[in-house]
Design a protein around this ligand. Sequence first.
Ligand code: NAP
Ligand code: GDD
Length: 325
Amino acid sequence: MSSALITGITGQDGPYLAKLLLEKGYRVHGLTPRRSSDNLWRLRELGIENDVDFVNGDLADAGSVQRAVASVKPDEFYNLGAQSFVAASWDQPVLTGVVDGIAVTHCLEAIRQFSPKTRFYQASTSEMFGLIQAEKQDEKTPFYPRSPYAVAKLYGHWITVNYRESFGLHASSGILFNHESPLRGLEFVTRKVTDAVARIKLGRQKELRLGNIDAKRDWGFAGDYVEAMWLMLQQDEADDYVIATGVTTTVRDMCRIAFGHLGLKMEDHLVIDPKFFRPAEVEVLLGNPAKAKARLGWEAKTSLEQLIRNMVDADMKRVSKETSC
Ligand code: NAP
Ligand code: GDD
């Protein structure tokens, strides 16, 4: 039986990846930091809460990462844990730097010392392209990070490449463009929108306040993207891959899809609020996933329209179940 250790198993991507691996017959371990309140709702929604072996540990605590790797000696290690909200990275730049940057070295060092055959996946990001240097971004496009989050992730990306080249570790970096799902956190723009649209439809909310709706993103479905993570670790050689749909859409048009799905007019409810503008913006992202298609046989299966409709439907169900007061 193959085994995997996943950090960030309680986030959006972790449960989709865990489910995929469990279906493939893996034993799945999840590194979880101590939290004061229950955060297993996503694993519960996918019905796998009791199928994961939890290991206590925090990415910022090198010793705990070492103990996890030394005791599990996983075949595959997926590092998905992060402070992943870009806007919050200006409020907590040092913490973001430690967890999203330095802690990647904690993982790689633990593997190097205690389990060098473990294959490693690093959750890199299209945010590293930031102020884009090419119309369509691929593995060769120069990076230009625009937030403390992206700067930290860039460190994580290069230290992964460096440990591959220095020590021969099977360490791959997935440069994933935005991916969403009904399990997305409420602070991210797609889910903020789909939740608000459901609340407006059900009379629980009147307006939706957003920042820069001219920003463009290449949005895919998280369920499709975790498959690419797994595929990367099945290759003979470790490498870096852009994972994207190849289509970009404004926040405004994504919003229109969500309102339209429930027969609402966006213009009747949308308010632009300066509070949600960022100190430095990534105006547009558009990925070229040709290498992933050629080498991994991977391509996105879910359109943005399908994705947003699914998210709105999921939020309609959730909000309908809430007791109104
Ligand atoms: P997410 O929903 O924000 O989940 C982040 C996870 O990291 C949570 O399980 C969180 O645990 C955990 N975590 C935070 N601090 C930690 C620490 N100090 N030690 C251990 N775990 C910690 O993120 P996601 O959307 O699933 O994204 C997964 C990864 O892919 C992240 O690294 C993100 O930066 C990267 N990424 C995401 C996207 C995207 O569009 N979703 C695109 C490119 C790259 P708690 O639940 O306890 O807080
Ligand atoms: N969150 C949010 N809230 N974003 C808003 C809002 C708002 O009210 N109004 C406009 N936006 C714009 C942001 O300024 C940004 O340009 C865009 O919507 C997307 O914002 P997010 O959904 O927060 O995602 P992100 O692109 O900043 O970051 C996500 O994708 C990255 C990959 O490119 C995160 O998942 C990162 O962790 C990930 O690396």
